[in-house]
Design a protein around this ligand. Sequence first.
Ligand SMILES: Cc1ncc(COP(=O)(O)OP(=O)(O)O)c(N)n1
Ligand SMILES: Cc1nc(C(=O)O)sc1CCOP(=O)(O)O
Length: 520
Amino acid sequence: MPKPVVDYSLYLVTDSGLNNPSRTLLQSVEDSIKGGVTLVQLREKELDTEAFIELAKKVHEVTKKYNVPLLINDNIEVALAIDAEGAHVGQDDISCVEARKLLGNDKILGISTGTPEEAKKALADGADYIGIGTCFMTQTKSPKRTLGPIGVRTILEVIPKESELKTVVIGGIKHDNTRRVVEHSAGSHGRIVDGVAVVTGIVSASDAKIASEQLLREFRIGYENASKHIQGQCQARESVENVLKSFPPLLSTLREKSPLTHHISNYVVMNDTANATLALGGSPIMAPSAVEAEDLSKVVSSVVLNIGTLTESFVECMIEAGKHANVQSKPVIFDPVGAGATTLRENTTRRILNSMHVDIIKGNAGEISTIAKIVGCDTESIAMRGVDSLGSGFSNPAAVVQAVAKREKCVVAMTGVIDYVSDGVRTVAIKNGHSYQGRITGSGCMIASSIASFAAISPNDHFAAAVAGILALNLAGEHAARRDDVRGPGTFRAAFIDEIANLVPEQMLTEAKIETIQLN
Ligand SMILES: Cc1ncc(COP(=O)(O)OP(=O)(O)O)c(N)n1
Ligand SMILES: Cc1nc(C(=O)O)sc1CCOP(=O)(O)O
C-alpha cells in the first residue's frame, strides 16, 4: 500500500491515564474524529507489547472506519503487528534511520524535535514529519524546557520552504492558544506549522467532539491569518494620509466613549498614567491581581502591560490578563521597561512575548533592540549597529522598527526624540514633542496608556492607534512647554496633564509633523 496522504491539521495523541473517566479511550478517539481530528497517535506508556497490540487493534478498527491514519508511539513492533499507517519516535527511542528501515518507505514516520539541529537531522534522516515541542508547560510529561511560539519559529525556519517535511507543534496546546501559536510561530521564510498535536485538550475534555471542533476551527483561523501575514495582506491597510485624517474623529470618539483600559503598570508611574488616561478622556483601572484578570478582560477595552517594577505577582497578572485579552480580542499593549537592563527583565520580556499575542509594543531604542534580539531579527541586515547601551539610537531606526513589527506580526512604536511606528508595512516618523517630556517620570508609560485608549476605539487599526496615541501626548507636551507658567519639569508635569485634557481634536491634524518612510 502506498504511503497515505496525511492531513496533519489536528493530531490526537492519546494517553489512557488522562482519558476522561466518563468514557472509554475508544470513545474518545471516535468522538474526536467526529469533531475533526485528522490523525491519531496511540501513545500508551504503561502497557506491555501484548496488551498494546490488543488495544491498538481496537483503536485501528475505529480509525479505519473514518479513514484517519493511526500511528504508534515509540513501539515499531506494535506498528508492524497491526499494520498501522506509521509510527512516532522520540529522541531517546530507536533512531529515525533504524525506524525507517524497519517500517519501510510506505509508512509514516515522525520524530520529536526540540532544537533546530534535531529538526535538520530529522529532515536528513528521512522523517515524514516532526513534532516540535515542548511549546507550553504541560502536565502530560515533564518538559526539559518550553519553546513558546518564538522557539517553535526558530525550528520552523531551518526547514527549507520547499521541503516535504511536515511539522506539528506539541505541548500545552489548548483551544485558547492554538490560533496564537500557529500565527505567531509562522516563519519569515513562509513556513507555517502543518498541525497541532494535542493530548489533554482532547482526551481529558468533557466532550472530545466539541473540544476537537474548537481546536480545528482555531487551527484553521490561525493558519489563514499566518498565510495572510506572510503574503503581506493581513488587512486592507489605510494609507498613512487617511490614517492621519482619522485622528480628530478618533479623539472625539475616545472622549465620547471613555474606554476602560486595564493597566498592570509599575507603581512609580501608576498615578501619572491613570491621570494621563483620564485627561485624555479615557477611563483607567489599575488592577495588578491575576485573580480578577479574566473577569476584567470581559469589561475592559484594552490592556497595558508594563514591566517597570518587576515582581512575580505582577508578571503572573500580566500573563493572565494578556491571555484573556487575546481570548476576548482586546488589544494588548506591551511596555517592556528596561528590557535589556537585567537578565530578569530580558527573560520576562521573552516570557510575555511567548505567552500571548501582543498587539502593540512600545519601547525606547534600547528596549526595542532587546526585543529584536529575542525574536531573532536579522540584526545585521537591518542595520542595528549604532545602538548604544543607553539605547539612544540606531543607524537605521525605521528599518529596525519595521523589521520587528513584521516578525512579530504586530505594531511597534519606538519612542525617542523622533518616534517611529510601523506595522511591518506602513512606517512613519513622528517629529512632535518636547524635551521636557524626557525630564519627568513616566512620560513613556503615559504614551503607552494613551496608545491603549486609542487602541480601544480603533481595534482594527493598531497602527493608527499607536501613531495617534504618541501624537496626542507629544502635542500636549509642546503646548505645555509653551505656557508662561511652566518654568521647569515640576510645573511642566502639571501643565502636561492639563494640556492633554485641553487638546483640540483638529490639532491632531493641523499640528502633526509626521513623515512616511519608504523602506524596501
Ligand atoms: C507529535 C508528537 N510529538 C512529540 C511527541 C513526543 O514523543 P517522545 O519524545 O517519544 O515522548 P513520549 O511521547 O514518548 O512521551 C509525540 N509523542 N508526538
Ligand atoms: C507527548 C508530548 N510530547 C511533547 C514534546 O515536547 O515532545 S509534549 C507532550 C505532551 C503534550 O500533552 P498536552 O497536549 O496535554 O500538553
